[in-house]
Design a protein around this ligand. Structure first.
Ligand SMILES: C[S@@+](CC[C@H](N)C(=O)[O-])C[C@H]1O[C@@H](n2cnc3c(N)ncnc32)[C@H](O)[C@@H]1O
Length: 331
């Protein structure tokens, strides 16, 4: 059994790659580039000393985190459990078995072993233990949890100004996080619409700057931000003008129109995006990252003309709408 304690982040499992990409991008933004990240479908574990509550406060696609007490093969953990001394503390143990999937009897079996030195308390435990089992098993006391319901409070129906197609706040947060933007840095959304991405940028401590072609949309966006007691710098401007209108951005996160006539004012989507990528190159600082939700993977080529392509993830936004979350870097 390895002796090194690992930081464990339990991923939400809503997508096969996006949750781990989000964790790595945020860690990078926090100045950590942990080597030897162990990736399971539902777990990221790494040997670095990270402020886990700070990390989890940013993540959209995670559930809980903590530092391991034990990790390795499940059988070894079972053998070692009786030697853990809970010193009479009240504890709860929850097991997530991502290997067998089925609700397991592990919880009671392992709980009994722990109860030799601790007292089971499901309501108000002093030590809230999780055992997550994938190819490896990780036992850790939870030190941070994501309040997933909190994202629901900002969905379209809670905004005074709403539009028909609005990205869910969790996806908007993931786009912001993919850029690795750090607190205090400028994050630009040049197709800001109702402001969903700007809100998430504000909440991670970035300085949001938004642009939209339509003055009425900018006014609606301003109303939304005021409603949630948030602030952003807003401009009614065509995307092609952003580098003339705005200061240099440290990051761009954006969800451009989908190419149905109304939202692009009749402009062909590839033409609009061609102009947009050129303008993004003009406004984004060197080394800055651009996270963009494209409706078609063929459009990625247009971005490659100006930026280095880092990664992309196909995301089902809703039943009839797929998006390609693409991450580019300005060299
Ligand atoms: C998909 S929506 C953005 C949705 C946004 N993420 C939200 O939370 O509401 C795209 C936005 O791009 C704006 N738009 C369309 N053409 C534009 C252009 N040439 N320059 C700037 N904005 C444009 C539209 O008015 C629309 O609000």
């Amino acid at each position: 059994m390895p002796e090194t304690s690992l930081s464990v982040v339990e991923l939400s499992g809503e997508h096969p790659n996006l949750p781990i990409a989000e964790v790595l991008a945020v860690l990078r933004g926090m100045g950590h580039s942990p080597r030897g990240v162990w990736v399971e479908p539902r777990v990221a574990a790494f040997p670095s000393e990270v402020d886990l509550p700070k990390l989890l406060a940013r993540l959209a696609f995670a559930r809980a985190a903590g530092k391991t007490w034990l990790w390795g093969e499940l059988e070894e953990i079972q053998t070692r459990l009786p030697s853990l001394d809970l010193q009479g503390r009240r504890f709860r143990l929850r097991v997530a078995d991502y290997l067998d999937g089925a609700p397991s009897s592990l919880e009671s079996r392992l709980g009994e072993l722990l109860a030799t030195t601790g007292v089971v308390d499901l309501e108000t435990p002093e030590v809230d233990l999780r055992l997550v089992r994938g190819r490896q098993a990780f036992l850790y006391p939870v030190s941070a949890e994501v309040n997933r319901g909190e994202f629901e409070t900002r969905t379209a129906r809670h905004r005074p100004f709403a539009r028909p197609v609005v990205m869910h706040p969790r996806f908007a947060r993931a786009l912001v996080n993919l850029t690795g933007v750090a607190p205090g840095e400028i994050l630009l959304d040049p197709f800001c619409g109702t402001g969903g991405i700007l809100m998430e940028a504000f909440l991670v401590g970035a300085r949001p700057v938004g642009g939209d072609l339509r003055q009425d949309v900018i006014e609606g966006c301003r109303r939304n931000l005021r409603h949630f007691r948030m602030e952003a710098e807003l401009y009614a401007t065509d995307v092609g003008e952003v580098s003339a209108t705005m200061n240099q951005a440290d990051a761009i996160a954006t969800d451009p129109p989908y190419g149905r006539g109304a939202t692009t004012r009749g402009e062909d989507l590839p033409d609009l995006l061609r102009r947009a990528f050129r303008a993004f190159h003009g406004v984004l600082r060197k080394g800055g990252r651009l996270a963009i939700a494209l409706p078609d993977p063929e459009l990625i080529e247009l971005g490659r003309r100006h930026f280095a392509m880092l990664e992309w993830h196909k995301v089902r936004v809703h039943r009839s709408l797929d998006r390609y979350f693409c991450l580019f870097e300005r060299s």
